[in-house]
Design a protein around this ligand. Structure first.
Ligand code: GLA
Length: 698
């Protein structure tokens, strides 16, 4: 007997099948199959031959491949009993529940007293399938590894794309050819991590941003994950995601993986990117006031660092408001005796030396300028030089004598007294002052990864959010060190990178859009002379790169020349005029024919308008710009396309390409197939094209 289950969302079909009572395998995942497909015949057709040097039957690549079933690759679970002896379960079918979008399958090993459950949830709007695996045990057991539902890797694919990075260099996409063996990545620093973003894309052969098949995965956990893409000797491929190994440090009777988000698209990498962007926007992030326009930020970090002086901050606030800022964020340096990064983390009381009358004089000033007020915390951290450490050295996570990170240690978030203390301190500040935003930082790596730490951080965030539901939170960890769908369930913005270098940011944003919508992706205009790269960039590219995402400023506005202030004010005004539709826009990465050009198109939900940002990151090899093909348009519709900033064309652009002179009126087909010819421009500049769909079709 074969058991079969089928999941559909209008874009993709996923078929599971199990021989009798054994664990199910994914038989098919891809483009939607016909409604009447005979799934038993499909399961039979999925069976492979056997030849020399093999077992007499192919062990199943099930949702949790079992070593006890002779599976030759990495198992989906590694378990030990209370005495530390390896346990090799043999699960058998117990029950299934399904209703419309949900499927839950339960299995049991009665001899060992273990239960295993898989859950799948489809979403016909976003086309992201959410799944997880849960394990229960009658007796406490040690769990070393538990994979979320294990899926086969596609065969018509030559490489996997995963994402690494570093401080000021997040979201670097790696392409690794498939070969026999394992591509294994593991984030063991206790955060989702700059170094291993928990995402994977598997393009089919020939896929580009705009066409071809792609399979995509994201593991929604902030405590560090493990991913493996393994090709077995027989040629089959498997993808596993779970918490980093051995991060469940205590024996237990119930464990579950984080949600694994998966999606298939036949519309190129963009098809998967858009599914994730929409899922984050519509299902993951909870905005306190969803219809409120996203306020333009001003963050004072790179202007004053720890040197807080009320009159200076007030003057900066005035200038920021004049440029268009709507929320003023007071960064690190306002609490304890925090004159540098060596002291006072965990002492969350306002520094009376810097703010003798508390924060109200600053907040009153900020509010009188029409801005709201946000504030920085780094709740999970403690400096050895702090009142809190002197009172509670036992609250620290990890051994004595551990290596410090930025002169700080980590609080043990699994301790209820630590959670209680932090809740009280943060709640006291939120209650005393009108604060609508927290920048929640996490600047060091854990001494050792521990899932209980992440659960403790989530619990604190959840409690604060329940009691202060109107306060928005931004996830920061030295820039983009804690970005994942788990933290985004509890926050509304991510600080993508500490790099405010517009050229670096252009690239980071482009690659982050494979997973993140613009709505949550913070991007600030940095100082003229970038503090982290040393590069000097023109205000125009700095402003437009920030305007591609959730815009803000982070330079000292006192450094701006009149021209710079003018450009920045104009771009900010443009962003405000467009932010409402851009909040729900899809970000589509364009297939740029010129590697020096990083280009994207943001298209409104109703397809009626779009904007193209074509950033010239470097000098091109050839003289003239290559045509840029647009995407996602209705081929039969007509569009008006205009070059918004054509007045910035330099004198060396001597010709008259049509776009430089007048708006183009062309069909979606020609814009997508012929592309547009942009005027010549210097490197380190950005062309901005606006498009609107015209009433009259071709
Ligand atoms: C981290 C953040 C910065 C800033 C500093 C403050 O490095 O990424 O944006 O908030 O901490 O110490």
């Amino acid at each position: 007997m074969t058991r079969v289950w089928r999941l559909d969302d209008g874009q993709q079909t996923l078929v599971l099948a199990a021989k009798a009572d054994l664990l199910p395998q994914c038989m098919y995942w891809g483009r939607s199959l016909p409604r009447g497909e005979d799934l038993t015949a499909l399961a039979a057709a999925h069976g492979l031959d056997v030849t020399g040097g093999m077992l007499d039957e192919n062990p199943d690549l099930s949702l949790c491949p079992e070593a006890s079933h002779s599976f030759p690759g990495q198992p989906g679970m590694i378990l030990r009993d209370a005495l530390g002896r390896g346990v090799l379960p043999r699960f058998r079918f117990e029950a299934e529940d399904s209703d419309g979008n949900n499927l839950r399958l339960r299995y049991r090993d009665a001899d060992l007293g273990l239960g295993l459950a898989f859950r799948f949830q489809t979403d016909a709007q976003t086309h992201v399938i959410t799944c997880d695996t849960a394990l229960t045990s009658d007796q406490p057991v040690h769990l070393d590894w538990l994979a979320a539902p294990v899926l086969p890797g596609p065969q018509l694919s030559d490489e996997v794309m995963d994402v690494s990075g570093r401080w000021c260099g997040e979201f670097q996409v790696n392409r690794t050819p498939w070969s026999a063996g394992i591509r294994l990545r593991e984030s063991r620093t206790g955060r989702s991590g700059h170094e291993h973003f928990p995402g994977l894309l598997i393009p089919a052969r020939g896929t580009t941003n705009t066409s071809g098949e792609t399979y995509a995965f994201h593991y929604g956990w902030s405590g560090g994950h493990r991913m493996l893409a393994e090709e077995l000797q027989d040629g089959r491929r498997q993808i596993q995601f779970g918490h980093a190994v051995q991060t469940e440090t205590a024996p237990g009777t119930a464990f579950h993986t984080a949600p694994l988000y998966i999606t298939y698209s036949a519309a190129g990498l963009n098809g998967c990117a858009v599914a994730f962007q929409r899922h984050v926007r519509d299902r993951i992030v909870q905005m306190p006031k969803p219809d409120r326009p996203r306020p333009v930020h001003y963050n004072c970090w790179e202007a004053v660092y720890f040197d807080h002086k009320l009159p200076v901050l007030q003057e900066i606030a005035e200038r920021a408001a004049k440029l268009g800022a709507e929320r003023f964020v007071l960064d690190d340096g306002w609490f304890g005796q925090r004159d540098d990064d060596r002291r006072s983390l965990a002492d969350w009381t306002v520094d009376p030396r810097k703010y003798p009358d508390g924060l109200m004089p600053l907040i009153d000033h900020v509010q009188a300028l029409g801005m709201t007020f946000g504030i920085w915390f780094e709740p999970e951290m403690i400096n050895p030089d702090s009142e809190t450490f002197r009172a509670h050295p036992e609250w620290v996570l990890g051994p004595e004598g551990q290596i410090l990170g930025r002169q700080q240690m980590v609080l043990n978030m699994a301790l209820p007294e630590v959670q209680g203390y932090l809740y009280d301190r943060i709640a006291a500040i939120l209650s005393a002052y009108p604060i609508d935003y927290i920048k929640w930082d996490h600047n060091r790596l854990l001494p050792a990864p521990d899932a209980a730490q992440t659960r403790g951080s989530y619990a604190l965030l959840d409690r604060l959010r329940a009691d202060f539901p109107l306060v928005e939170i931004e996830s920061c960890a030295s820039g983009g060190g804690r970005i994942d769908f788990g933290i985004l369930q509890r926050t509304q913005r991510v600080w993508l990178s500490d790099s405010n270098d517009a050229l670096e940011r252009l690239r980071i944003q482009h690659d982050a859009a494979l997973f993140l919508p613009g709505l949550v992706t913070g991007s600030h205009v940095g100082p003229r002379h970038c503090h982290t790269s040393g590069r000097v960039l023109d205000i125009s590219i700095r402003a437009w790169v920030a305007a591609q995402r959730y815009m803000g400023f982070e330079m000292d506005p006192r450094e701006l020349t009149e021209h710079e202030a003018d450009v920045l004010t104009k771009v900010t005004t443009w962003w405000k005029a467009n932010r409402d539709w851009m909040r729900r826009a899809d970000i589509l990465r364009l297939d740029s024919a010129d590697p020096a050009v990083i280009a994207e198109q943001q298209i409104a939900e109703d397809g009626a308008r779009f904007v193209v940002f074509a950033g010239k990151a470097a000098t091109s090899a050839q003289i003239l710009p290559r045509p840029l093909r647009l995407t996602g348009l209705d081929p039969a519709a007509r569009y008006a396309v205009q070059l918004l900033n054509r007045d910035t064309a330099p004198g060396l652009s001597r010709g008259s390409p049509a776009l430089k002179m007048d708006p183009l009126h062309l069909s979606g087909a020609s814009l997508m197939q012929m592309g547009v010819n942009l005027p010549w421009h210097f490197p380190e500049t950005m062309w901005v094209l606006e498009g609107t769909r015209l009433e009259t079709a071709i």
